[in-house]
Design a protein around this ligand. Structure first.
Ligand SMILES: [Zn+2]
Length: 489
């Protein structure tokens, strides 16, 4: 986020270019990953690696009749893992589901992948097939996370422990691999349906593949799969995986190889989850709106889209702390909407406990003292979030506290009406992002930066527990507010 009164001189590591789907001649490798964690120097990766500190809850059930080696080419000997059974059932289910989609949605013969599914690992001694080249190097696979090759209809995924997918599996189990494979099978569906031949922008086909992944997740959480059932943790894992593989801030979504922001990817996944694969088919002619992701100023680029937290070391005497200018903006935003003064003040504290007699928690590290109009936040925790996941983690929490105050005037609260609260936060983000519905009386210059809406979604996920059944709805409410403004709330 930016405020014109606050210019920082912090030069961050350069924002890297996107490592996109490789293309050579007629060969197209369709990848899940936007960038290579191992080679990326952007500070956005710090966001990636800290999205989910929680551990997964075993809420999945699957038929135990498949061995992973029966459905995946594992190559050289490999030590089995606890996730193998779930992944094997998922592979079997995704394969039969994709065949069903070909028939039911595209009126094509119901058939499965001609090629194999390969698990790539650094120590694998049998080579991985190449897509237009003799073989695929493991170092390239780590960049892609997974890929689908339309030439020979095969899928390869990173089965190693050290890549992005390995870290997701370590924290969230085999569901991470399942979601990634569902996305790749989305490309298989596109291939058979002729969609990959349409020369569409990458982001359009990626959006649809994310939608297909959501459609598959909807199938397995609704109990429609005969092979496995996933609970709320499966949904959450899918969201986390999509947040992790988003385009870094600053990458124009429509640039060649652009895959979309987390905001975009989560939206497509949600559409498939809620409405099924037939709705995904409509995305080619009617794609979802995309969140702008290019820096609009060199200054914002230099700051990586993050405002100075507290102006420490800031040469500009007019610099104001992040919570101060965001609080002023929220006061102006809500005062104009309500036609009645909203005058809250944010205050960092060392500990929320006992901070005021009438303290009420809002969520996580933020709460309010209604009688004094103070919004208090746990500064040590916020500093950690701010540095690891971007400035709009605080922006989201402040938006939520102000929404709680607004709802309080109506006899409600963020705790009792969380979906509306998240939608109201989204309405504010809409105002400071595109500003298409902006009140002409607004004088504040606060504006969001590329990555800010993604940081809000990161915060939403961080505040949820594994198995949180409401997470998807809350992300959806936030997105609705951003996309449609306050009338959506
Ligand atoms: Zn893809």
């Amino acid at each position: 986020m930016t405020a014109r009164t606050c210019r920082t001189a912090i030069a961050l590591a350069s924002v890297v270019g996107l490592t996109s789907c490789a293309q050579s001649g007629r060969v197209t490798i369709v990848s899940s990953s936007a960038s290579a964690p191992a080679t990326t120097t952007s500070t956005t990766i710090a966001t990636d690696t800290t999205v989910t500190p929680t551990t997964s809850a075993p809420v999945s059930e699957f038929v135990d009749e498949f061995r992973l080696g029966d459905v995946v080419d594992l190559g050289s000997p490999r030590t089995p893992t606890d996730d193998d059974g779930l992944v094997a059932a998922a592979v079997a289910d995704i394969s039969s589901w994709s065949a069903e989609v070909l028939g039911s949605v595209f009126d094509l013969p119901q058939s499965v992948l001609n090629g194999e599914i390969y698990a790539g690992r650094p120590e694998r001694t049998t080579s991985l097939p190449g897509c237009g080249s003799p073989s695929t190097d493991y170092s390239d696979l780590v960049e892609y996370v997974a890929l689908y090759c339309p030439v020979d209809e095969f899928v390869i995924y990173d089965d190693g422990p050290d890549g992005l997918l390995g870290s997701l599996v370590a924290e969230h189990g085999g569901t991470s691999i399942a979601v990634v494979l569902a996305h790749e099978f989305g490309h298989f569906i596109q291939d058979r349906a002729g969609i990959l031949d349409l020369d569409l922008p990458t982001v359009t086909t990626e959006q649809q593949a994310d939608c297909f992944a959501g459609a598959w997740m909807g199938r397995v959480t609704s109990g429609a799969s005969p092979m496995l059932t996933l609970g709320g943790d499966g949904v959450r894992t899918g969201l986390i995986a999509l947040v992790q593989v988003r385009d870094p801030a600053g990458v124009d979504t429509m640039s060649p190889g652009g895959h979309g922001t987390a905001f975009d990817r989560v939206g497509a996944y949600q559409l498939g989850f809620e409405e099924g694969a037939a709705a995904c088919a409509t995305l080619i002619d009617d794609p979802l709106p995309l969140m702008p992701n290019a820096y609009l100023s060199y200054d914002d680029y230099l700051r990586g889209g993050d405002a100075s937290y507290d102006c420490a070391g800031e040469p500009n005497p007019d610099c104001r702390a992040s919570w101060e200018f965001l609080g002023d903006d929220l006061n102006e935003f809500w005062t104009l909407i309500l036609g009645d003064t909203i005058d809250l003040a944010a205050l960092p504290v060392d500990n929320l406990e006992g901070v005021c007699p009438d303290f009420r928690a809002v969520d996580g590290p933020i709460g309010r003292c209604p009688s004094s109009g103070l919004v208090v936040f746990d500064e040590p925790e916020i500093l950690d979030l701010y540095s690891s996941s971007g400035d709009f983690t605080l922006g989201y929490l402040l938006g939520l506290a102000w929404a709680d105050a607004v709802l309080g005037r109506q006899g409600s609260s963020a705790a009792t009406d969380r979906l509306r609260a998240d939608c109201l936060v989204g309405a504010w983000v809409d105002d400071i992002t595109l500003g298409l519905r902006r009140d002409q009386r607004r004088i504040s210059t606060v504006a969001s930066s590329p990555g800010d809406p993604d940081e809000a979604i990161t915060m939403l996920i961080r505040l949820s527990d594994p198995g949180d059944e409401m997470l998807f709805d809350r992300v959806g409410a936030f997105r609705a507010g951003v996309l449609s403004g306050r009338t959506a709330c």
